[in-house]
Write a protein that binds this ligand. Sequence first.
Ligand code: NAP
Ligand code: HSE
Length: 328
Amino acid sequence: MAKLRAAILGYGTVGQGIHRILQDKREELHQSLGLDIEVGAILVSDLEKERPAAPGVRFTDNFDEVLSIPGLQVVFEAIVGEEPAYGYLCRAIDKGCHVITANKVMFSRYHIDLHERAKAKNVYIGYEATTAGGVPVIKTLKNLLQVNSVHRIQGILNGTSNYILTSMRTDNSSFEDALRDAQALGYAEADPYNDVSGMDAYHKLMILSALAFSEQPDRQAVDVKGIDAITLEDVKRAQEEGLRYRHVAEIIQHSNGRLEASVGPQLVGPDHPLYAIEGVNNAVAVDTNYIGTLTLVGPGAGMYPTASVMVEDYAEIIGKRAGFMISI
Ligand code: NAP
Ligand code: HSE
């Protein structure tokens, strides 16, 4: 029986989801393909914190212990911020491990370096979970870019913002109450600044830009606004006029190749494709030369949607290595 050893960095909303899905799928994979996936260690920052148990798995706050797992094959990264995440992933790749990340803050900045390192070591990077949660926008873009070129991407890329705007409109929630709910549901970051300031959607837009256009626009020049200045009264007034607030991230490639990006709230009417996108859902509309406009919609945050696409990335990697498609 082939034993596959994994480690999970972070055991918050996403890390716990990854562990649960790998546990759920372990027996199936064992039966169908003779593969045994074992989580060798989980990295956290505070070993004293009370958290759901993971029987048989070692918890550690020392990344050296993670790297010392014999036969470690894949590292799932679900911690927060640029460092130490970037440093950990560099070391994992240098050791020959595949890495799968949900960390858009880190990945939007270091994607080129990580891709180059991974290529040099002949390992894969999965990053579907960095952008739009459970919506498979990365794999869809990779597929369509084999034939199409993209000239515009427009979407709702932050689940928390859309959840808050929807709750304010449909439940009369205050901004603060809606944000608290989004945190309790595992949608918002522990520090929700990036969610409500527009920075989270900005990081995701930069990741999409790198993939779709092989470059990012001048990062400092992007106009980024959040939903933090929108009040319940604003939302109600808009509703009376038949309009809804949506937090929209958009990037266009002009005919001279120049990229222009913006992130911020917009008032949209019933004819707008983002009008009907409610709650934690995200939507990404991609304008291409052959297909026309392709729109993907689905849950943009939360434990299982995010963890699921990370485990799908892993399935794809195992399949690529073995030369076939597997479903886990
Ligand atoms: P979370 O609930 O706040 O959990 C973060 C986990 O990372 C915690 O277990 C924490 O340890 C650990 N951690 C943080 N800094 C660490 C460090 N320096 N060393 C070791 N462990 C560290 O966050 P989350 O919602 O799971 O999100 C994790 C990542 O996925 C973030 O980058 C986030 O942006 C991204 N993401 C989240 C979602 C979502 O829906 N939540 C969706 C897509 C992507 P302790 O438990 O000891 O505090
Ligand atoms: N906090 C993020 C959001 C998680 O609400 O969209 C998904 O990246």
